[in-house]
Design a protein around this ligand. Structure first.
Ligand SMILES: [Zn+2]
Length: 210
């Protein structure tokens, strides 16, 4: 498995480039910005993007998606419950003092029981509402790796005070879905350092049962 993590844009969203070294097929997760740098990594490995997967429709995660789609022809996969947020991309850009990206189209909505693939690599989609209504996590069972978007961070969880956010829902998503994964699972959050499910189960202050 080729897996490069590139922090992109001013908010340093962790963009993942995942590829099968045999078939040279790739998926790009959360191309929030810096599409040229993402393309340079794809080129370095000689891989073709088959899917662009977005964990949720915040601008720092989805901002470069249309540019990457135009460059690669790969479809954009995003849970449809974030459609309302996609319509607010100009507002999101204004909050951050950024220029608004072009309108983003969802090619396929993905949710629980769906799979995303690059060659022989496969991730199960987990719908984990809370940070946003359409937030998803991606779990690669063969690699025991979770791309957690802004649902789970090392030592913290995603904020729930933005439109579509719900503290009750994110806690439910974490306990019912994310924490059902094995302790060994490596977690690649949407921002900041990597962690494991075991470490977060043990020490994340938001996940302690009271
Ligand atoms: Zn976010």
């Amino acid at each position: 498995m080729i897996h490069e993590i590139l922090p992109v844009g001013r908010l340093q969203c962790n963009c993942s480039i995942i590829a099968d070294e045999n078939t040279r097929e790739a998926m790009v997760i959360d191309p929030g910005d810096e599409v040229a740098a993402i393309q340079a990594i794809l080129q370095k490995h000689g891989v073709r993007v088959k899917q662009i997967v977005i964990t949720h429709a915040h601008i720092d995660h989805v901002g470069g998606a249309m540019k990457l789609r135009a460059a690669t022809g790969a479809p954009i996969l995003l849970n449809q419950n974030d459609q309302a947020l996609l319509k607010m991309l100009d507002m999101q850009a204004a909050w951050l003092g950024m220029s608004a990206p072009e309108k983003v189209d969802i090619d396929h909505s993905i949710t629980d029981a769906d799979k995303v693939e690059a060659g022989a690599l496969m991730a199960n989609v987990m719908h984990t509402p809370g940070h946003t209504e359409g937030s998803i996590c991606l779990y690669f069972p063969a690699q025991q790796k979770l791309i957690s978007g802004d649902t789970l961070f090392a030592g913290s969880i995603g904020r729930t005070d933005l439109p579509g956010g719900s503290f009750d829902k994110i806690i439910r998503s974490l306990h019912q879905k994310v924490l059902s994964l094995p302790d060994e699972t490596i977690v690649v959050p949407g921002h900041g350092p990597l962690t494991t499910i075991g470490d977060e189960r043990e020490s994340n202050p938001f996940l302690q049962t009271r």
